[in-house]
Design a protein around this ligand. Structure first.
Ligand code: GLA
Length: 341
């Protein structure tokens, strides 16, 4: 028997920059997904998703594709096999206290917890965490059809208590930046509009960024110059403007955190939201309402988190302000880990 836990993540700032070789500043949260695995005889995987009351069963060798949550366990087992890991057949139970589809990265948490649990069951030493993040991101792309970057998986695998993770997605260099909340509160508020990357405009946005690069003759938007956006036709000009301005806000946010100046974060969160709404076009009315509710409650800044088109909003409340009752406080917690094997 082997058990592993992987947290969800909140991205403080740096949205839709990861697949553009840019900068982001996520943190792992305390809630997440726990996966337990026990050996079975035969050659099959039996998977139970406890909260959903649903099951799946598939061959340990070359599992066929599937829709919905089943794509993630099947894809993780298949990708681990393709990377040369010899996995024993197993019965796997998934438990989660993360709301699914709310933009807190329940899918990355599931991939990572499942990978650590079955590798633990196989008695393998823990893999290199950056390599594991890449493997799990192949699951998103090739099995779940979402052409995402490495933000979620790296946050889940490299986050730390009382720290945000400054990520340079070009070099994969990381820096732990102090995120000491003191009397401040960070909270997420579910907009109630569920989101799914594959079905939403997420892939359309990443395709637009690739088109912008082709028009500018550069390899990634990290190489774009500040005045490049204005040379492009709409809406590519706005998409590029968001990516460039968001990278700048990540640098400013990291500087503020290093100096312990949380009061400088709020305006950056607001500016990020405006850019994601107006330039990147990933907000929806329910999200706007959730942002407005946080601002009415006294948030010093609030913005959409994750892929967008629904999901959660992140807000920062100064000491003394009270978040809306339905908001969930979040704080940086430790990264994914094997609990026992
Ligand atoms: C989703 C993706 C990430 C990242 C964000 C947007 O969470 O999984 O890779 O692109 O959207 O910043």
């Amino acid at each position: 028997m082997s058990r592993a836990f992987a947290p969800g993540r909140v991205n403080l700032i740096g949205e839709h920059t990861d697949y553009n070789d840019g900068l982001c500043l996520p943190f792992a949260i305390e809630r997440g997904v726990t996966v337990s695995a026990e050996r079975l005889t035969g050659r099959r995987y039996e998977v139970e998703a406890r909260e959903l009351g649903e099951r799946d069963e598939f061959s340990a060798v070359d599992p066929p594709p599937a829709d919905g949550w089943r794509a993630f366990p099947r894809g993780t087992v298949a990708e681990l096999g393709a990377a040369g890991h010899e996995l024993p057949p197993a019965r796997v139970a998934i438990e989660s206290d993360l709301p699914r589809g709310s933009g807190l990265s329940s899918s990355a948490a599931l991939e990572v917890a499942l990978a650590l649990a079955v590798l633990g069951l196989a008695g393998e030493p823990e893999p290199d965490r950056v390599e594991l993040a890449k493997l799990c991101s192949r699951v998103e792309r090739d099995w779940a059809g979402a052409d995402t970057g490495l933000l979620d998986q790296l946050a889940v695998l490299l986050g730390a208590e009382r720290r945000a993770l400054l990520l340079d997605c070009r070099t994969l260099a990381t820096e732990q930046v102090p995120l000491e909340l003191g009397g401040w509160t960070l909270a997420t508020l579910d907009s109630g509009a569920g989101h799914s990357h594959a079905k939403s405009g997420y892939n359309e946005r990443s395709a637009e960024c690739r088109r912008a690069c082709a028009e500018l003759g550069i390899e990634s938007l990290r190489d774009a110059a500040p005045d490049d956006a204005a040379r492009l036709p709409a809406p590519l000009d706005r998409r590029v403007r968001h990516v460039l301005s968001e990278n700048g806000r990540v640098v400013e946010a990291a500087t503020a955190l290093r100096a312990g100046e949380l009061e400088r974060l709020g305006p950056l969160l607001d500016a990020s939201h405006a850019s994601l709404r107006d330039d990147y076009g990933v907000s929806v009315p329910e999200v706007e309402e959730a942002v407005a509710a946080c601002k009415r409650a006294g948030a010093s800044g609030a913005r959409i988190v994750g892929g967008g088109f629904g999901g959660s909003v992140l807000a920062l409340f100064p000491p003394g302000a009270r978040a809306p009752a339905e908001a969930e406080p979040v704080a940086p917690g430790p990264s994914a880990r094997l609990l026992d094997s």
